[in-house]
Write a protein that binds this ligand. Structure first.
Ligand SMILES: *[C@@H]1O[C@H](CO)[C@@H](O)[C@H](O)[C@H]1NC(C)=O
Ligand SMILES: *[C@@H]1O[C@H](CO)[C@@H](O)[C@H](O)[C@H]1NC(C)=O
Ligand SMILES: *[C@@H]1O[C@H](CO)[C@@H](O)[C@H](O)[C@H]1NC(C)=O
Ligand SMILES: *[C@@H]1O[C@H](CO)[C@@H](O)[C@H](O)[C@H]1NC(C)=O
Ligand SMILES: *[C@@H]1O[C@H](CO)[C@@H](O)[C@H](O)[C@H]1NC(C)=O
Ligand SMILES: *[C@@H]1O[C@H](CO)[C@@H](O)[C@H](O)[C@H]1NC(C)=O
Ligand SMILES: *[C@@H]1O[C@H](CO)[C@@H](O)[C@H](O)[C@H]1NC(C)=O
Length: 721
């Protein structure tokens, strides 16, 4: 499993090197222990005369005891929320923490980055009903590695003028021009001089969320078809937050949120994550997306690629839309034909067509570098596929590897096939026992996978490591073998030596799933422009298709959330579970933040109603219920919930509960009658019982049905240890 994860990390994420910001000479007077820190100060004061940057500088002067602190201040957050980043030592950090205006101080850390058959697979065909005019008013903010503005997916032919509400700019830097499709570009971080994408990741995610329709694209004739985003008429604004050395720092992530919110984006998509769940006030994505939510902007976030171990997702805040990855019905497989005629089937996205000649195989030692004389022109048998780069450098013809992967194929730089252990053993013994072993690797083929959608084995899982009572991830979307636009200067296999230039590439990861949800959220918003972020999220979650929980792991809803996104139903959910900013604030109070911090975060408008009580976090009007209990202990837990009617004026909904052993679940009242739209009704779900053993999670669901709409919420019984 460890090896497996390491490999996925290598292929799917772009690995980030350590933060070298301050060591590159930001200032002379910094002592050894000084590090870049974020000083988060909550909402911006309303006063017109308030100047955030001068306040930030005066705070720094106060703690350092001298003037001339300008070069310690790295970034000032002043458009959408208050705070700054600066180089601080422990003592200065303590002084700042004791100041009234300061909510939290935390080190800036390195986050890492974690298409189009997938839409048809979701039943979201090219001919689906949509309003292109309203859609063209929507702006998707993408926080990523940049974008390739010349890509056909971002061609603005036929696009009308830029929406009036747009407050942003095109500051893409050297040789970067925006158009009526890409209407904004900014970049952050040292050493970055433009918003152009050198990794391919940001171009891929942008085109999945909002790329226009481009016909006849493929990756070397594989996955041929029409590439398109969820909302092809929408506009894109790129916030490049990952710098040349590959780091996406907390400081830059917050700067991008500060800008995107003020620029007027409608939806944010961020396929970047940390290695584990961070406490809200130390997590730049949680902080930024909270202030986005305040302004009606929903943030779609990748759940991470550290699955399937429990609590592996770092996307934990309830206002984030946390997205897991699934397979689609298209899989890439390839064949290895041995000299003895034996044909074995394996995985990889291998674009190289065989000319029919069989090539010698040699058992490689899988070191960092191969013996050139031995491997030149041959197929190397080597357990791990990440030696592909050095195999190429050594002049090898191809590589046969062995990693247990039953659901994902990666683009290879040379002819390659990844086999399971049994088949790899067959090749090994053939190679050992044959005088001149030879083999042929065929180009990848498409395999129609009837088991899809399955949750991808790499997709990060819940339960939520920060607030156990809030289900995470929330939803799942396609994230395996996605074809989307790419940067022609980035290596398609991710190996530095891969010099192929492509405009479309196949990639896998929750990074690819996240922009699918951003696109669908924008699609829902085009029908319901006045819906809150929580309403859009609820609509998408309660209409999701059920998934099979027993594939790959037993995590069930803790791997795929409410299920597999179903865009056609998401625009007419019937009922929604709304959550206001005030509700989130009360949840933060229950969680344990003190009144002073809460006031600071909410701009003084809200404060805590009572003392903190973590057991009340579950009362948040979330469209999913987590019953977390200890084994053998009797429980009686109540979940108050409120739904808003957005279906038919006149409707009666009946509650349907799927029975489960050892837990009695009742809903009171179990009939809800609505007389008008926007009417709200409240009910209480009570779970009573005692679970016997430390068995894995099991789940039920609550469905409110009026005969037309089925508003489904998962109920997960999580057994604490
Ligand atoms: C600008 O970028 C495009 C696309 O890479 C390239 O073709 C062109 O030569 C560049 N222009 C300059 C002045 O560098
Ligand atoms: C087939 O490919 C191999 C390996 O690249 C090469 O050595 C050989 O000359 C090719 N044969 C023909 C007939 O093109
Ligand atoms: C490399 O392989 C060749 C041919 O098998 C062999 O003669 C040579 O000794 C090897 N070199 C090293 C450094 O192992
Ligand atoms: C083949 O030989 C290698 C060493 O040369 C050995 O490690 C491996 O176990 C052998 N495999 C089989 C299937 O005989
Ligand atoms: C949800 O609550 C927000 C206030 O936070 C309100 O503006 C909105 O109309 C409510 N209903 C829907 C369907 O979004
Ligand atoms: C779910 O997956 C398991 C394991 O592959 C399979 O046995 C079962 O039939 C599937 N259930 C459904 C409803 O497809
Ligand atoms: C509302 O529902 C009631 C009961 O089902 C029905 O009698 C009535 O005609 C309905 N009114 C409208 C306007 O649909």
């Amino acid at each position: 499993m460890v090896k497996y994860n390491v490999i996925l990390f290598f292929f799917v994420y772009i690995v980030l090197s350590s933060m070298t910001f301050w060591s590159s000479g930001a200032t002379e007077s910094v002592d050894e222990s000084s590090k870049l820190h974020i000083v988060y100060m909550g909402s911006l004061p309303n006063s017109v005369s308030y100047s955030p940057t001068s306040h930030h500088l005066s705070m720094l002067e106060q703690i350092i005891g001298e003037s001339g602190v300008e070069n310690l201040l790295v970034q000032s957050y002043k458009r959408s929320f208050n705070g700054f980043s600066a180089i601080l030592n422990d003592q200065q950090k303590k002084k700042l923490l004791s100041m009234d205006d300061v909510v939290s101080v935390f080190p800036s850390q390195n986050f890492h980055i974690q298409t189009t058959r997938s839409w048809d697979f979701l039943g979201f065909s090219q001919s689906i009903k949509r309003d292109k005019i309203i859609e063209s008013e929507l702006i998707i903010g993408v926080m990523d590695t940049g974008i390739w503005p010349e890509s056909e997916s971002f061609n603005d032919k036929g696009f009308g003028p830029i929406p009036n509400k747009w407050m942003g700019v095109c500051k893409g830097g050297f040789n970067f021009t925006c158009n009526k499709k890409i209407i904004g570009a900014r970049f952050y971080g040292r050493g970055v001089d433009n918003a152009r994408d050198k990794e391919g990741h940001g171009t891929h995610t942008s085109s999945t969320a909002g790329g226009r329709e481009v016909q006849g694209v493929s990756f070397y004739d594989l996955a041929k078809g029409t590439a398109r985003g969820g909302v092809p008429s929408s506009r894109i604004a790129m916030y490049k937050i990952c710098s040349l050395d590959g780091s996406c720092s907390s400081s830059d992530i917050l700067a991008a949120f500060d800008d995107a919110i003020a620029d007027g984006v409608d939806i944010i998509t961020i396929s970047i994550g940390f290695s584990y769940g961070l406490e809200f006030l130390k997590d730049p994505i949680a902080i930024g997306s909270f202030h986005a939510m305040e302004k009606g902007i929903l943030t779609s976030h990748s759940a991470g690629n550290s699955g399937p171990s429990p609590s592996s997702t770092d996307s934990v805040a309830p206002w984030l839309f946390s997205v897991a990855a699934t397979t689609i019905d298209r899989q890439f497989i390839d064949k290895l034909i041995l000299g003895n005629g034996n044909i074995l089937s394996g995985r990889s996205v291998n674009t190289f067509t065989s000319n029919g000649t069989k090539i010698s195989i040699v058992e490689g030692s899988c070191l960092d570098s191969f013996n050139k004389t031995m491997v030149k022109g041959k197929i190397i048998l080597c357990g791990s596929p990440w030696h592909e780069g050095s195999a190429f450098e050594s002049g090898a013809f191809g590589i046969v590897s062995n990693v247990e992967l039953n659901d994902v194929s990666f683009v290879s730089q040379i002819p390659s096939v990844n086999l399971d252990s049994k088949d790899y053993g067959i090749v090994q013994s053939y190679t050992n026992l044959t005088k001149s072993p030879i083999a042929e690797i065929l180009k990848s083929e498409i395999f129609h996978d009837t088991t899809a959608p399955r949750i991808a084995s790499f997709s990060s899982c819940g339960p939520n490591s920060v607030v156990l009572d809030i289900m995470k991830p929330d939803i799942s979307a396609p994230g395996v073998g996605i074809l989307a636009a790419f940067s022609p200067i980035a290596p398609p296999s991710g190996n530095v030596g891969d010099r192929r230039k492509v405009n479309y590439n196949i990639d896998s990861g929750t990074s690819m799933a996240c922009p699918h949800i951003a696109g669908i959220a924008a699609y829902v918003k085009s029908f319901h422009p006045d819906w809150s972020p929580a309403a859009i999220k609820s609509a998408i979650m309660t209409t999701a298709k059920s998934m099979n929980g027993t594939y790959n792991n037993m995590a069930g809803e803790f791997s795929y959330g409410s299920g597999n996104v179903n865009p056609r139903l998401a625009i007419q959910p019937g009922l929604i579970y709304n959550i206001t900013k005030e509700d989130y604030v009360q949840m933060l109070c229950s969680y344990g933040y003190d009144n002073g911090k809460i006031k600071q975060i909410s701009g003084g408008k809200s404060s805590c109603h009572g003392a903190s009580n973590p057991s009340l976090v579950k009362n948040l009007n979330y469209p999913a219920l987590v019953i977390s209990v200890f084994p053998h202990k009797p429980f009686n837990i109540k979940f108050p919930r409120t739904v808003t009617n957005v279906g038919l004026h006149n409707a009666t909904y009946r509650a349907i509960i799927t029975p489960i052993p050892n837990v009695k679940i009742k809903v009171e009242p179990n009939l809800l009658s609505f007389k008008s739209l926007q009417e709200t009704q409240s009910f209480v779900v009570t779970a009573i019982g005692r679970v016997r053993s430390r068995q894995a999670e099991f789940s039920s669901s609550l469905v409110w049905s009026d005969g037309t709409h089925n508003v489904k919420s998962p109920i997960i019984v999580h057994i604490k240890s």
